[in-house]
Design a protein around this ligand. Structure first.
Ligand SMILES: [Zn+2]
Length: 290
């Protein structure tokens, strides 16, 4: 099976363009056991914008998921229409049971080797990835050499998209479903954070399968989608953002975030802290809830 490249919408490799405001929708944990939820988030986005989506794909989710023909056929179809597959770990599981931060304790070398394995696994399924986002954004700082070893061109943190030579500030927002406290607080927190960064030139919206199982989180996710479409210009992908004028990128500064209750909610070492405002953890759904 040949590699799949976006066809309908602009993607990496096009000419550099200057677009003042852009946003990315990132559907996390794209894997067979989360397939229904992934399709649902894609449908909810598609009802609000015709733009492409970044699909954060896990090659071997929890080391037990097996790819099936209906899932790969759907993925191939949306990727052919312009959606972007992004490598999202390999198993999305650390050695400690219940810990989803697969890359948290890896140094750059082992991380690069695992990224390479993941990229090759997805390539065999027809998904040609150019970028990497670690589960829970927990990863060592990756060098150009690590990217080269893995066969990738960029990686992203909660705050930026990075290549071997440059970094574009792009804050990410998303709700959290892992605990009752997060489910209670994060819809309001992300609403405030969304207001605080409404003038940011670029923003990413993180959408997780588990969010759909909680009506308030589902509603908050839809609200984030609608705010992004309304306030942040063109819907695009991570890779397409890197096609922007590098000079324009160097002039960018991270958005100034006003003090909000969300700031006070998270401590600097907590999963939700992103250097001034709150976003939430990337949490896979418990298997008994899929
Ligand atoms: Zn994830």
């Amino acid at each position: 099976m040949g590699s799949l490249r976006p066809a309908r919408w602009p993607c990496r490799g096009g000419s550099a363009r200057r677009v003042s405001r852009r946003h990315v929708f990132a559907i996390h944990d794209v894997a067979p056991s989360c397939f229904d939820e992934v399709v649902e988030w894609r449908r909810l986005i598609g009802e609000r914008t015709l733009g492409p989506v970044s699909l954060l794909v896990v090659p071997h989710f929890h080391l037990i998921d097996e790819w099936t023909q209906p899932v790969t056929t759907w993925l191939q179809a949306v990727i052919n229409q312009g959606d972007e597959p992004v490598l999202h770990g390999y198993s999305h599981a650390a050695a400690r049971r219940g810990d989803e931060r697969e890359f948290r304790t890896l140094s750059a070398g082992p991380a690069a080797a695992r990224m390479q394995l993941g990229r090759q696994t997805l390539a065999a399924l027809g998904m040609d990835c150019h970028g990497f986002i670690a589960p829970c954004y927990a990863a060592p700082r990756l060098s150009g050499r690590a990217l080269h070893v893995a066969g990738l061109q960029w990686w992203a943190t909660r705050l930026s998209i990075n290549t071997a030579t440059r970094s574009i500030p792009v804050p990410s927002l998303g709700v959290g479903a892992s605990t009752a406290m997060r489910r209670a607080v994060t819809p309001t927190a992300v609403r405030l954070a969304s207001q605080a960064i409404r003038r940011a030139p670029r923003v990413r919206i993180d959408l997780h399968p588990a969010d759909l199982h909680h009506p308030r989180l589902r509603a908050a996710g839809i609200e984030l989608i609608e705010r992004a479409v309304e306030h942040h210009g063109e819907t695009t992908t991570h890779s397409a953002m890197l096609d922007e004028d590098p000079d324009d990128s160097r002039r960018d500064q991270p958005p100034t975030i006003a003090a909000t209750p969300a700031n006070a909610m998270t401590a600097p070492n907590s999963p939700g802290f992103v250097g001034g405002f709150c976003v939430c953890e990337d949490v896979a759904m418990p298997r008994n809830r899929r």
